[in-house]
Design a protein around this ligand. Structure first.
Ligand SMILES: O=C(CO)COP(=O)(O)O
Length: 254
């Protein structure tokens, strides 16, 4: 089964109401391939989710950037998976490196979050990736395998999971992984899934790349056989995001 190209825009902690409206109107005017060719998901901060959902073109969907690890209740400041479902938010990003590293989210905690969000009917963009220090010490695969293992131990059905490989050293730095570097880790992750989940899960799960993706570098990355799309930060706030979505055509013509 072919893996449909997937492009996520992670706005992180950015935007005012005025800016949000402007970005959405740029997205709404963009000429992009049909939803048969590319799945597009936009992830604004929680507070803008209802606004973005109400204004956004119907062929694009929305994602939250996080959610609580279990059922809501006395957890001040948290937003539960149930609330996202209640608002009709279909997707959630979990395990982003900014949360793993700054907020100390462990592999197990992220794995629990992924399992709980899926159990409530959300679709999950689960992020993994190594730091520069880990890459330089040769432990990239060990790190991303441990992060993926904590998810695989808790999740049996991967239908609603997209795995995002985001090397920390490439995030927000302008230092993008080369197409060969991205392909190497994506292919190793797919092998890991084959050996540790099932050949079917390995063949059908989308593995997307994130880290300084831009209009200038997306086509070459998209041409890699195991790169099934992107999770875009900075460039998702700009009109060039439309160009990144269009890189799905590279796959169609492959
Ligand atoms: O973290 C990212 C997406 O989740 C990538 O961010 P940048 O595209 O800004 O490097």
């Amino acid at each position: 089964m072919a893996r449909k190209f997937f492009v996520g825009g992670n706005w992180k902690c950015n935007g005012t109401t005025e800016e949000v409206k402007k970005i959405v109107s740029t997205l709404n005017e963009g000429q992009v391939p049909s939803p048969d060719v590319v799945e597009v998901v936009i992830s604004p901060p929680f507070v803008y989710l209802p606004l973005v959902k109400s204004l956004l073109r119907p062929d694009f969907h929305v994602a939250a950037q996080n959610c609580w690890v279990k059922k809501g209740g006395a957890f001040t400041g948290e937003v539960s998976a149930e609330m996202l479902v209640n608002l009709g938010i279909p997707w959630v990003i979990l395990g982003h490196s900014e949360r793993r590293l700054i907020l100390n989210e462990s592999n197990e905690f992220v794995g629990d979050k992924v399992a709980y969000a899926l159990s409530q009917g959300l679709k999950v963009i689960a992020c993994v990736g190594e730091t520069l220090e880990q890459r330089e010490s040769g432990s990239t695969m060990e790190v991303v395998a441990a992060q993926t293992k904590a998810i695989a131990e808790r999740v049996k059905d991967w239908t609603d999971v997209v795995l995002a490989y985001e090397p920390v050293w490439a995030i927000g730095t302008g230092k993008v992984a080369t197409p060969a570097q991205a392909q190497e880790v994506h292919s190793e992750l797919r092998k890991w899934l084959k050996a540790n989940t099932s050949p079917e899960i390995a063949a059908t799960t989308r593995i997307i790349y994130g880290g300084s993706v831009s209009a200038a570098n997306c086509k070459e990355l998209a041409a890699q056989p195991d790169v099934d799309g992107f999770l875009v930060g900075g460039a998702s706030l700009k009109p060039e995001f439309i160009e990144i979505i269009k890189s799905a055509e590279v796959k169609k013509n492959a």
